[in-house]
Design a protein around this ligand. Structure first.
Ligand SMILES: C[S@@+](CC[C@H](N)C(=O)[O-])C[C@H]1O[C@@H](n2cnc3c(N)ncnc32)[C@H](O)[C@@H]1O
Length: 304
């Protein structure tokens, strides 16, 4: 027999409930609600609405876009490791006119967000194209003495998402940008012979370090080096060691890896040049300004 009884019995017993029992039930409900509201954990840095607090409403665009160089992206095949919800990936494609850019992220939900953002920006672009065609028509009509009739309203939310990345109009963005759910370190194997001109790994190393330790970081760097064309560029934004502390308890694995780390972020540059084989490095963060507090991190461009 079920110890929970039938719904009718439950109802009946509730009706007979005394004040103490009622208070107990309210308290229990409180515990359940509290549990439900428990803070979400993002063990891979797979935050939802990452750009909401990284870039914020007050900034026109992500400040990192100002220090990236067009020649690394224009007409190039690019890879963005840990693309989160894809907004920066899409902005890079638009602003710098990539030939292609693939964003990969370990979290399926973030990849869904990225595809959703891409579709939204594409819809906005096709609407604004229709508007500009209609405005051209209007100009032609008004020069013929006809009244203007088109209301060129632009969806505010989409404007915020796509920011001010001046678009490369020539090619359809849906042919340039794509997203895939992949664990870059453990399981992703791109098609044999596939190489990229530019690879980005921005604010991801801490999460790889905490989840897969020093071995994970070495695998990451080795894999990037192999995937780059000779002369290709690797843009790295490592989080500083001091920032690891506040995330070391996201999981038991992270806590263990944190204690065993031997290659600190300050050593990444030497590791990439002396052991992995990059030819040279340039610190491009000196001209970076406007980052929100907690996000002024070095940005290094390595050449293979
Ligand atoms: C803090 S966000 C940075 C987002 C973006 N790169 C930027 O700087 O604007 C880190 C992202 O890396 C992803 N990530 C962490 N480990 C990963 C892995 N092994 N493979 C692919 N993505 C990973 C997370 O899911 C998260 O979306």
């Amino acid at each position: 027999m079920s110890s929970q009884g039938t719904p009718k019995e439950a109802k009946g017993s509730k009706a007979k409930m005394g004040n103490n029992e009622k208070a107990e039930e309210v308290a229990q409900q409180g515990v359940v609600d509290k549990k439900r509201k428990r803070k979400e954990v993002f063990p891979f840095g797979n935050y939802r609405n990452y750009y909401g607090y990284r870039v914020g409403q007050d900034l026109e665009e992500d400040p990192r876009l100002k220090v990236l160089r067009k020649e690394w992206f224009e007409g190039k095949d690019c890879l963005d490791i840990g693309c989160n919800n894809g907004l920066l990936t899409i902005c890079i494609a638009k602003k710098f006119c990539c030939h292609s850019i693939l964003g990969v992220d370990i979290d399926f939900d973030r990849i869904e967000d990225a595809n959703w953002n891409l579709r939204k920006i594409l819809r906005k672009e096709s609407a604004s194209n229709r508007c500009s065609n209609a405005s051209k028509l209007e100009v032609a009509e008004s020069s013929n003495g006809l009244e203007p009739s088109v209301n060129a309203s632009v969806d505010e939310e989409t404007r915020e998402i796509s920011g001010d990345c001046s678009p490369c109009k020539e090619r359809d963005l849906s042919r340039i940008v794509s997203f895939r759910k992949e664990n870059f370190v453990l399981s992703w194997h791109p098609p044999l012979g596939k190489h990229y001109d530019t690879i980005l790994c921005l604010s991801v190393t801490k999460w790889i370090h905490l989840n897969w330790g020093d071995d994970g970081v070495i695998t990451l760097f080795t894999k990037i080096w192999r995937l780059l064309q000779p002369g290709g560029i690797f843009v790295l934004e490592p989080q500083p060691w001091r920032s690891y502390e506040s995330n070391r308890l996201v999981s038991e694995t992270a806590a263990i890896n944190y204690r065993n780390i031997m290659f600190f972020p300050d050593h990444f540059q030497d590791l990439l040049l002396d052991k992995i084989g990059f030819r040279k490095v340039e610190d491009i963060s000196s001209s970076l300004s406007g980052s929100k507090s907690g996000f002024s991190r070095p940005i290094l461009a390595f050449q293979k």
